[in-house]
Ligand binder design. Sequence first.
Ligand SMILES: C[S@@+](CC[C@H](N)C(=O)[O-])C[C@H]1O[C@@H](n2cnc3c(N)ncnc32)[C@H](O)[C@@H]1O
Length: 177
Amino acid sequence: MRPMTVTDIKRLNRDWRRRTSGSVSVALVSLSNPFNVGSIYRTAATLGADTVYLIGATPTALEPKVRKTSLGTEKAVQTVQAATLAEVADQVHAQGGVMTAVELAAGAVPIHEHAFPDSVCLVLGSERHGLPPSGLSLCDNAVFVAQPGKVASLNVSVAASLALYEFRRQHWSRLES
Ligand SMILES: C[S@@+](CC[C@H](N)C(=O)[O-])C[C@H]1O[C@@H](n2cnc3c(N)ncnc32)[C@H](O)[C@@H]1O
């Protein structure tokens, strides 16, 4: 083994882009920490997400602290700002997508047991309060990341990363079978 060059990585990414289908977006409901938003942009751009929906008071990429962790990757993803999650749900449903809450909610299923359809918007809640009941009720279903450790919850940007990766992983593994 040897480290990859920048050219190697560009070629590798291009190969995986050709093998990737399905449409995934993330909706961030009233996040407060700009570093989390920037980090989510970076993962969304890396995993080929279509859109980052910024809802309510979620900081935008105009904030320098968001750009500290997004490192310019926000330019690779469409951003849609919305006052409410209901507006986003209308848009997603009009395009044939499914709204999936990523939340430790009653009735949520473990994400690794959930079969993602082709077009999904992953909905994440705020660092302090999570997704409110009104937000959960706008979602078609809910998934959670099982936590065998003794910690109450994941950081929201980590939860977003795991959910985005699981969406892609499932589609890639279906291509192989
Ligand atoms: C730090 S958590 C919010 C915790 C909040 N104190 C609560 O009790 O709801 C922020 C967001 O990360 C996501 N999250 C954190 N841990 C998760 C898990 N294990 N499974 C799914 N989503 C998770 C959810 O979207 C949640 O709204």
